[in-house]
Design a binder for this molecule. Sequence first.
Ligand SMILES: NC(=O)c1ccc[n+]([C@@H]2O[C@H](COP(=O)([O-])OP(=O)(O)OC[C@H]3O[C@@H](n4cnc5c(N)ncnc54)[C@H](O)[C@@H]3O)[C@@H](O)[C@H]2O)c1
Length: 275
Amino acid sequence: MKELSGKVAVITGAGSGIGASLSAACAAEGMRVVAADVDEAGAAQTVSGIEGAGGKAVAAAVDVRKRASLDALADTAWQTFGGCHLLCNNAGVMVNKPLLELEESDWRWILDVNLMGIVHGLGAFVPRMKAQGAEGHVVNTASMAGLAAFAAMGLGAYTASKFAAVSVSEILAQELEGSGIGVSVLCPGAVMTRIHESDRVRPMDLPGTTPSILASEANPEHVAGVQSPDQIAQTVLRGVRENRLYLITHPEMKPAVESRFAAISRAFDTAAAES
Ligand SMILES: NC(=O)c1ccc[n+]([C@@H]2O[C@H](COP(=O)([O-])OP(=O)(O)OC[C@H]3O[C@@H](n4cnc5c(N)ncnc54)[C@H](O)[C@@H]3O)[C@@H](O)[C@H]2O)c1
């Protein structure tokens, strides 16, 4: 989607971090923005920043774990701005625990937000985007943890959710080929956001236990090569304009992905040698 000005962007997780920056960057391009978050105060703050800069935006409450909430969000986008051209399924949460310490409630929460949040967004929006007959684009936020498995910081459930987000995006891109709706999957390394404080929006019905890895230790600020969310937003906009499937923001992390591919490739060679 080359032309962004005048179009409508709907962004989940817009109350903080990457989603807030993405909302501001879209508005700066002349898009009208629906900034949606389960943290309504955060979404409102994002909107007031956009309006202060002369942009157009509306805040919306959404819980991406629930399909009905995404349907209501689509209604808001169509009623307020007449449609949606750019859908950013960006809301995400992190729990930092070694795999065997993870509770079922941790798995449910992470998969419900990071995977089902995307699935619900696609279900609620893509058929309507197709029906409106205009060019469109979907960006799903995964992570570098969707391309390689890093055991450090207890990222097991998070990694499973992000591998799933990558594969959903790859399939979607194939299924939407030729439809006029492009697909990107955003795979950043460390970004300076509040992701390490995800517990602030953990639902009461999914109680957590104290992890052996402290939130402060999982703060992305401590990871080498950390970027600002504004930098990430610019990579996303370039990717939307160029219809790139994989949006890579941390090129220095390529060796981690290559070593995973190399291990898989060696396993094929072993199979070939033994057959
Ligand atoms: N920060 C990083 O280092 C990093 C790296 C790779 C990928 N990501 C991904 O980027 C995305 C954005 O995260 P961030 O880093 O900006 O963190 P963040 O915590 O600053 O922002 C995430 C936002 O998602 C919202 N959210 C959480 N649960 C929700 C729900 N059920 N419904 C609606 N909104 C919900 C939160 O309220 C918050 O505003 C996530 O998908 C995250 O996994 C982050």
